[in-house]
Design a protein around this ligand. Structure first.
Ligand code: SAM
Length: 420
């Protein structure tokens, strides 16, 4: 799973499970409505919950199908995948789900095309558009600076193209099903994350150097089966607006919310992994790539403006998602970083926490049920080697009222637009 996804809750899994466990029994449905890297959804699955998961980024759908809908390695049709060649690891049978079969296929994914693979259309979109040597990678920035995109080295861009050409062909020729497609794509995305020349997101890339990680060859590893263990009857949204997704989630014990708290739109920050996720479904790749824009090279048809990223709409969107959800309790993560409240340049000043406390005491919750749990973390950025304990993560918990009561009106804090 992606490790560099902004705002991922990898480090808070234990605290979040501790918040959910008193509210939901194993087997209950828990909804993760902003699932991102799916770190929390996978942890909920392994704790025995049935999970409803969704995120506006298509990459999250890939990881959710890969690790929630699979309970073990899915079977591969080795002869069909290898274009009729005999698999190294398998002499008989076409349904192979051993680690050796998966190891052979992930290795094959980026290998040079073989004469057995004449039906595959070998594309070079990543080479053309996202590496310096590509014929279509030039850009002109809004400040008038010209350059070439350098998200990958030429060798790695070509390896990504080979993997994508194969997955696209296998998918469109019905050689793989959705579970296999997503597991292969998830492994490819993990490999890409380790070799992309970025500082975490794909909004931009270093204009005049390559990060040393990016210079090493792309490598795709076999899937981690430990992440898949557990039930597979989960509900997985496909890049839906969660304000709509929650409407179709049946009664659930807990709605877990981890929305964005500032203006940064995740669909533009992660547009490139989203292309990898979407690639097999794009009918005309020529038309799609002819429309890429900006320094980064995004097709803006895939972009989504989240109301949670707009300071003036944040609280009303929060209220809407909770009102639409058939949940008993709400658990919400809050990181007191640079956010909608206060001056963005000056950083956090505790305003966000105060506004959220007011919100969780509003009429849509049962009075007296709001709790705000601070999560102490070591602050590794402290000066002089001294590591202070700082609290900037909070977990809010409250029980949703069956009907909004009138004793405390919902307070909508005024937020300065200058904050963004
Ligand atoms: C802080 S991140 C969540 C991180 C996640 N909990 C994890 O552990 O990786 C916020 C997420 O909200 C998603 N998002 C923003 N607006 C959305 C919307 N209206 N519907 C669905 N997802 C949305 C973003 O794509 C992003 O992944």
């Amino acid at each position: 799973m992606l490790q560099r996804y902004i705002g991922n809750k990898n480090a808070l899994i234990q605290e979040l499970l501790a918040a959910v466990q008193p509210l939901a029994a194993p087997g209950d449905l828990v909804c993760d409505a902003f699932s991102g890297s799916v770190a929390v959804s996978v942890a909920l699955k392994s704790a025995g919950y049935r999970v409803a998961t969704n995120d506006i980024n298509l990459l999250s759908w890939v990881f959710a199908i890969a690790y929630l809908k699979n309970s073990s390695l899915p079977a591969l049709d080795m002869p069909a995948l290898l274009g009729g060649r005999t698999a190294k690891s398998t002499k008989t049978g076409s349904q192979c789900n051993r680690i050796e079969d998966w190891s052979e296929i992930v290795e094959h994914l980026i290998a040079a095309p073989s004469s057995f693979e004449s039906k595959i259309e070998w594309r070079q979109d990543f080479f053309d558009y996202y590496c310096e040597e590509g014929a279509k990678s030039s850009f002109l920035s809004s400040r008038g600076k010209a350059g070439r995109r350098r998200f990958f080295t030429a060798a790695n861009a070509k390896a990504i193209d080979r993997a994508l050409s194969r997955i696209r062909y296998w998918w469109r020729a019905n050689i793989i099903d959705e579970n296999v497609r997503c597991l292969l794509t998830a492994r490819l995305l993990d490999g890409i994350e380790k070799r992309s020349n970025t500082q975490g997101t794909y909004h931009d890339f270093p204009r005049d150097f390559y990060d040393s990680r990016a210079l090493r060859p792309l490598c795709i590893e076999v899937p981690e089966t430990s992440l898949m263990q557990g039930r597979s009857d989960h509900i997985v949204g496909k890049a839906e607006d969660s304000l709509e997704f929650v409407r179709r989630v049946p009664d659930h014990a807990v709605l877990y919310l981890d929305p964005p708290y500032n203006f940064r739109q995740y669909t533009s920050y992660y547009f490139l992994p989203n292309i990898v996720a979407r690639y097999p479904d794009i009918d005309s790749l020529d038309d799609y790539f002819a429309n890429v824009k900006f320094v980064r090279g995004q097709n803006m048809d895939d972009d989504f403006t989240s109301s949670f990223c707009k300071s003036a709409q944040f609280i009303s969107s929060l209220e809407r998602i909770i009102m639409r959800s058939r949940c008993r309790h709400v658990v919400m993560s809050y990181f007191d970083g640079k956010n909608h409240w206060g001056s963005f340049k000056a950083g956090p000043d505790g305003q966000g926490r105060k506004h959220l406390e007011e919100f969780f005491k509003s009429s849509i919750f049962v009075p007296g049920t709001m709790r705000c749990i601070p999560v102490e973390r070591l602050n590794y950025q402290s000066y002089g080697g001294y590591q202070a304990k700082s609290v900037s993560e909070y977990i809010f918990i409250a029980e949703k009222a069956r009907k909004p009561h009138s004793s405390r009106k919902l307070i909508r804090p005024r937020v300065e637009e200058s904050a963004i």
